[in-house]
Design a protein around this ligand. Structure first.
Ligand SMILES: [Zn+2]
Ligand SMILES: [Zn+2]
Ligand SMILES: [Zn+2]
Length: 203
């Protein structure tokens, strides 16, 4: 059974952990794991880039409406250490045999690991997608093996199926009559079909 993970985003990437990532470690602006956390005077924490951008057009905290524009949000060693020690699991996909990477990572080590992880470097090959040969639209034509004799006969050299002409329709009708006559002769005279087919029919 595949293990269950909790996921979050961090700097635009999906991260996974075996443990829930605390809500207090998520930036209220971008909803990701805090990146370079900064604490505003009201006590709320944000990513450095998020709060700096927020303060270019706002003066109040997006969480509590306190005026946070007078003091620059400060670094938090404690939050940085908590985030750095948050245990992550490798984001590589499982291999074809079902095994998956067991490396335990942090936000600080995951990028270096991704450059060497065999599960990330050699993801299982998805089954090949069957594509129609170039120039053939899917569903527009039947393959030659499923075409009826009539369809092949009425196909011109440029591949377009043409409507049979009146003369061809008349010929097809006469052929039906011929076949019916052969059947009638066969029944009335009780002779093998092979003999009947040898007779030159006078139409
Ligand atoms: Zn943020
Ligand atoms: Zn606040
Ligand atoms: Zn890995």
């Amino acid at each position: 059974m595949a293990p269950e993970y909790y996921s979050a985003t961090y700097q635009g990437e999906t991260i996974r952990s075996r443990y829930p990532i605390g809500k207090g470690l998520l930036c209220p602006i971008c909803r990701s794991l805090l990146a370079s956390p900064r604490i505003a005077v009201c006590g709320h924490a944000f990513c450095s880039s998020c709060v700096n951008k927020w303060l270019t057009s706002n003066t109040q905290c997006p969480m509590c409406d306190s005026d946070i524009s007078n003091a620059k949000p400060t670094k938090s060693k404690l939050l940085s250490e908590i985030i750095s020690s948050t245990e992550l699991v490798c984001a590589g996909p499982p291999a074809a045999d079902g095994s998956s990477c067991t490396a335990l990572l942090t936000v600080d080590t995951k990028d270096a690991h991704a450059e060497t992880c065999p599960y990330i470097l050699n993801p299982p090959t998805p089954p090949p997608v069957r594509l129609a040969p170039a120039g053939i639209r899917m569903g527009s034509k039947k393959s030659p093996t499923t075409q009826t004799k009539k369809q092949r006969e009425t196909k011109s050299s440029d591949g377009k199926v043409q409507q049979p002409s009146a003369a061809e329709q008349a010929l097809e009708a006469s052929r039906k009559i011929t076949r019916r006559r052969i059947e009638e002769m066969k029944r009335s005279q009780n002779i093998p079909v092979s003999n009947v087919l040898g007779i030159k029919l006078d139409m």
